[in-house]
Design a protein around this ligand. Structure first.
Ligand SMILES: Nc1ncnc2c1ncn2[C@@H]1O[C@H](COP(=O)(O)OP(=O)(O)OP(=O)(O)O)[C@@H](O)[C@H]1O
Length: 246
């Protein structure tokens, strides 16, 4: 039994002999927000897909409220909402019909569909075909989809990708509301300012390795001038120092 609300223990991923993610571990308490930060190809999506239960870890264990996806896939999936990075919506469906489809799969009613559409500012566009949506509108719809069943754990891959500054702010505000509702969130981002504003904890990845992790507050205390930017740069220097052939 573990005391942690959510836990990743020695999780790694190898595909066809190539290690995409080296073993890493972290734990999160209920209602906390973790940002996964790192450059292109760092391993963020690889880790998020395993946490979302759509890819199996090569080694290690994932637990949400003591439920392991490998042992009870249904119970785990029921407690999770996932916003993937590269999602194609069905052609020709309206925003409302698209969400209704996912609501049906999760046993969620019309009232909640209307509620999440409102929260992401798409009520006026609800009858519009998703094909006509801008990138930012599609992101907001995808975010709404992940909120539908009020999951214990929200897993968001690059949620602010394509959002304009207004919606970026709104996203950060929505995460605060989600935290207050005691939902736990893990999201990936290239934007260290978004991580600073929205997250409690940060895990820096580079080349498939966890190179540093800690609370946003502790990084800001240690790096008062440029915050997470300096923390990331310092972690990279530390990694190359320890691992010069990387
Ligand atoms: N199915 C796969 N088979 C082989 N290699 C893969 C596979 N999926 C991802 N990779 C490789 O794993 C590494 C990590 O990819 P991943 O998508 O997790 O990175 P990321 O941090 O999400 O990057 P980005 O910020 O560009 O989205 C990359 O080198 C990628 O090419």
């Amino acid at each position: 039994m573990t005391e942690h609300y959510f836990e990743v223990e020695n999780v790694s991923k190898t595909i066809k002999g190539k290690t995409l993610l080296h073993p890493l571990s972290f734990a999160l308490s209920e209602g906390k927000v973790l940002a996964l930060c790192g450059g292109n190809g760092a391993g963020k999506s690889t880790l998020l897909k395993m946490i979302a239960g759509i890819s199996r870890p090569t080694t290690g264990t994932i637990r949400l409220m003591n439920i392991e996806p490998e042992r009870d896939r249904t119970a785990y999936a029921e407690r999770l909402g996932f916003m993937p990075d590269d999602f194609q919506f069905s052609v020709g469906l309206s925003a409302w019909d698209t969400l209704q489809f996912y609501a049906g799969l999760r046993g969620v009613g019309k009232r909640r569909v209307a509620e999440v559409l409102e929260r992401v500012g798409l009520t006026a566009a609800r009858n519009q075909s998703v094909t006509s949506f801008s990138k930012g509108m599609r992101q907001r719809l995808l975010f709404a989809q992940s909120l539908l069943a009020e999951p214990a754990l929200l897993v968001l891959d690059e949620p602010t990708n394509g959002l304009d500054p207004f919606w970026m702010e709104s996203f950060i505000h929505l995460l605060q509301e989600i935290k207050q509702a005691k939902q736990t969130v893990i999201f990936s981002t290239h934007q260290l300012d978004v991580a600073t504003a929205a997250a409690d904890e940060v895990l820096f990845l580079n080349g498939g390795k966890a190179i540093s992790q800690g609370s946003v507050a502790s990084y800001l205390q240690q790096y008062p001038v440029h915050g997470l930017t300096d923390a990331f740069a310092d972690s990279l220097r530390g990694q190359y120092h320890k691992d010069p052939l990387h």
